[in-house]
Design a protein around this ligand. Structure first.
Ligand code: MG
Ligand code: MG
Length: 285
């Protein structure tokens, strides 16, 4: 789940300080993030033609409860479900419903849990059956931008370095980088300081320190960057109705370097994908 950059400014004043986490706290955040990773891995096998997002939501609810955790989105600001399920032109915050997925759809699944007092928040965009090549490319470039952003999570760099890396990689492909919604710090609360926009200037924004934990989440549109907020209070779509991708990881800075707390490895195991993309972000726990 994301922050709406407009109405967050109130919250922003309340939580102005970045809360730096101890290694013990980061370990607990990792446990929460990994439960989300496992939930996404479980769902990866279920995302297919004919399945409804409401069904996926019920699977996720049961899975999280079975692991002695709580869904973090359910009831957050009145959100009615465990997952945000956002097909095709929906950018984020889609509400699960009874409409079956179709061959060629894409589906962003964003999931959050509370486990032992800490939050995990992490998302993946799945293809349903045969996805057109131009949309497959949108997915891979968007995911690449997440890893490029993560690589900037180095002690002494700034939030704007993350933002710039994501924006630059996606805009050179001609994609629209959503402005109104941003990534965020994460800890005992779902949304903490600082905001992490997916666009910005190198060397701008807050300085990154050891113990900073961020949820980085590019939302990248095939067409225009412009989005529409719907009257249900949640759903966000692209203004031109073209598809949008969303990938999110939880990342901590430990010993000056970016360490992944979440992982796509459960998704990749389920889908038979092999990838080296996470190998530079590991820590010996
Ligand atoms: Mg999220
Ligand atoms: Mg988030």
């Amino acid at each position: 789940m994301l922050l709406k950059s407009g109405y967050v400014s109130v919250f922003y004043f309340l939580g102005y300080m970045i809360h730096l986490k101890s290694l013990e706290e980061i370990y607990l955040l990792r446990e929460a993030a990994l439960l989300v990773s496992k939930t996404l891995g479980m769902l990866a096998k279920e995302v297919k033609e004919g399945v409804t997002t409401k069904y996926l939501d019920s699977l996720a609810y049961d899975f999280i409860k079975d692991h002695k955790a709580m869904p973090a989105f359910l009831g957050y600001g009145g959100f009615p479900a465990t997952l945000c399920t956002s097909p095709n032109e929906q950018v984020v915050h889609g509400i699960p419903n009874e409409i079956p997925l179709k061959n060629g759809d894409i589906l962003s699944v964003d999931c959050g849990v509370f486990l032992n007092g800490y939050v995990g928040d992490h998302a993946y965009t799945f293809g349903v059956g045969e996805v057109p090549e131009d949309i497959k490319k949108l997915l891979s470039v968007s995911k690449e931008s997440l890893y490029l952003g993560m690589a900037e999570c180095v002690r002494g760099k700034r939030v704007g370095d993350i933002s710039y890396a994501i924006q630059h990689h996606c805009e050179k492909e001609g994609y629209g980088v959503v402005r109104e919604l941003v990534g965020h710090g994460i800890g005992k609360s779902l949304h903490e300081d600082p905001q992490v926009p997916n666009y910005g200037r190198k060397g701008s924004g807050k300085v990154l320190k050891n113990g900073t934990v961020l949820a980085i989440e590019p939302m990248i549109n095939l067409g225009t960057e412009k989005v529409k907020f719907h009257s249900d209070g949640w759903t966000v779509t692209t203004q031109d109705q073209k598809p949008s991708a969303h990938f999110e990881h939880d990342v901590a800075i430990i010993e000056g370097k970016p360490i992944l707390l979440s992982t796509f490895s459960y998704v990749y195991d389920a889908l038979g994908i092999s990838s080296e993309e996470e190998k530079n972000f590991q820590y010996r726990w």
